[in-house]
Each structure stands twice: as C-alpha cells, then as structure tokens.
Ligand binder design. Structure first.
Ligand code: AMP
Length: 180
C-alpha cells in the first residue's frame, strides 16, 4: 500500500471508530473499535494494510493482547502465515506461564503468556488496538524477550500521541495507522 493509500485508509477508519467520552471512567475518551469490526470492507482493508507492513519481516508469531488485540492479531497472523499467541491477564491461561507486571495509574497489572509460546530466536509481532501510555506493550515486549524472542514490530491500530507511549518503547519498530 502506498503512503497516499494508507492516508486515505486512515482517514476512513478514523470516521468509523467511535469516541465514547467518560468510559470506563470520567475523563477518559474510549476509542471504540466495534463499528470497525462490524464493517467488513474497512476491517479487511485495515488488516491487509497491517499485514503488508510486515509481509517480508520473517515474523513467525503474532502476539495479541487481551482482549481487543486478539481481534486484530488473529486475522493479521493468518495473512502473514504466522502463529497466533494470546497474551492474557493473570490467571486465565491454563498451561505453564511466564509473566510481566507493569504500572497502572493506581497499582500494577500482570500479563501472562504460555511458557512455550515463543521459541528462542523467533521473530514476533505485537498487536493491540490502542497505544496509550505504552506500559502494556512494553510488558509484552518483555514477555517475548524472556523467551528469547525478537520483537520485529509493534502494531497498533490507534496511537494516542499525547500520552507518549513511544517513550516506553524506545528503539522498537512501532507502526500505528491512526494518531490522535
Ligand atoms: P497503555 O498500557 O497505557 O498503553 O494502555 C493500553 C491498553 O489500554 C490497550 O490494551 C488499550 O486497549 C487500552 N486503552 C488505553 N486507553 C484507551 C482508550 N482511550 N480507548 C480504548 N482503549 C484504551
């Protein structure tokens, strides 16, 4: 996809994503991607756009972050011919796990991945819907690297630039389609 085509797609997707003020709490503008998921043409075009970014990157695993990240990571993984790895909140995965914690506004949260999800040297792509402060994506990078994986890219549908999430992901290859 050319830069111009990507800009047209980004502008279209921006009109489809819905802003929900004060969800889940006052002061947060929630970026609701469900209208995009429900629009088959725009959803397919968006997935193809992300797959094209990484087509020749040698990615063998796509890590989707619970829960909306799963919905984007699964079709991207299929397009790339890569495996899909769910990264979940603590206590949800049934087998042996590894974990990484990160700071929230109040307290910490923990993400887990199966201990055999990534082999040493494998190239992985990390996928989520929104890059906000970057804490979640940084924790997932740490999970992949604990197993010896190489983070080939961080793909985010939406980037909230005013939260400066990139500062927690210094040196990473980050791609976002839409920026606010
Ligand atoms: P962060 O760790 O601050 O980068 O937050 C990223 C996670 O929180 C992602 O899994 C997002 O889905 C979610 N998130 C953060 N801010 C928003 C927002 N304004 N709208 C929707 N999801 C958000």
């Amino acid at each position: 996809m050319t830069q111009a085509a990507a800009e047209v797609l980004a502008a279209k997707v921006k009109t489809i994503i819905r802003d929900v003020p004060d969800f889940p709490k006052k002061g947060i503008v929630f970026k609701d991607i469900t209208p995009l998921l429900a629009d088959p043409a725009a959803f397919a075009e968006m997935i193809k756009h992300f797959a094209a970014q990484y087509r020749n990157a040698g990615i063998t695993k796509v890590l989707g972050i619970e829960a909306r990240g799963f919905l984007l990571a699964a079709p991207i993984a299929m397009e790339l011919g890569a495996g899909l790895i769910p990264v979940r909140k603590k206590g949800k995965l049934p087998y042996k796990t590894i974990s990484a914690s990160y700071d929230l506004e109040y307290g910490t949260d923990t993400l887990e991945m199966h201990a055999d999800a990534v082999a040493a040297g494998e190239k992985v792509l990390i996928v989520d819907d929104v890059l906000a402060t970057g804490g979640t994506a940084a924790a997932v990078c740490a999970l992949a690297e604990k197993l010896g994986g190489k983070v080939a890219g961080v793909a985010m549908l939406i980037e909230l630039e005013f939260l400066n999430g990139r500062s927690k992901l210094a040196g990473r290859d980050i791609h976002s389609l839409i920026k606010y």
